[in-house]
Design a protein around this ligand. Sequence first.
Ligand code: MEV
Length: 284
Amino acid sequence: MDLGVGRAPGKLILLGEHAVVYGHRAIAVAVSLGTTVRLRPREGPTATGPGSVEDPRMRAALAAALPQSGLEVRIDSELPIGRGMGSSAAFTVALLRARAALDGRIPTFEELFRDGFALERAFHGNPSGLDHTVSALGGAILYRRGEAPVRLNMTRRELIVLDSGSAGDTAEMVAGVAARRPAVDADLAALGAIVERSLDRLNDPEALGALMTEAHAGLRRIGVSTPRLDALVQLALDNGALGAKLAGAGGGGVVVALTAAPDPLLRAAAELGIVAMRCMVPEG
Ligand code: MEV
């Protein structure tokens, strides 16, 4: 018998990752893949049960968010871990929803944002708050650290996600960019400026695609891309994508491609053994 259940979606960052840590704005969209946390009664200390997703970093979050005894936690996730798709934020928000459900409550956004930030810090060191904000709100979000998030009105659109096959560590990637400052500050500002330029072009796929590809070049300059991610961006562009970029912290993870005709890219990815996912940008 479940005492509390919570679910939350993962995300893709369309524009503005890393720059958002330094006060620039970013755009992220929730995706249909997500994480579910189920809480059941158990004798003894609170712990994850059989079949649950296991990640050592989750233990600290469970200890911080739940009573120390009496609960079995089951975590199910469709999100690949460490691939820039917001698996830790989805887990965090799902956990907080499950905890509130124990008391028969639906948590407010303010509660999810505040308590989620504390848990996300345990995962990522110095997060901007973008990931758990979009996971808590869903839809498409324009976000600046320290300001209320703004919902964006975007046309429902398909994105193709290409998996590099390796994980990136967000805390490590964010710390790496911090260590390269101030040399990369102009590039971070340029990444922020791309977001501002995109705001009146969000429903113009050609313009948005070009800005995504420009953002990938900026992310490469700040040192968070890899040869594999660059090759996946090129594969997308060679197969009809309007634009493509790494999405999330980089160092591994995924590339997101905007395309009006996904079939050539999906075929090319399949021929090369690259895992490709189709994701919808939700209508805002
Ligand atoms: C990670 O999904 C996005 C980053 O901008 C870090 C953050 O915003 O906390 C790299």
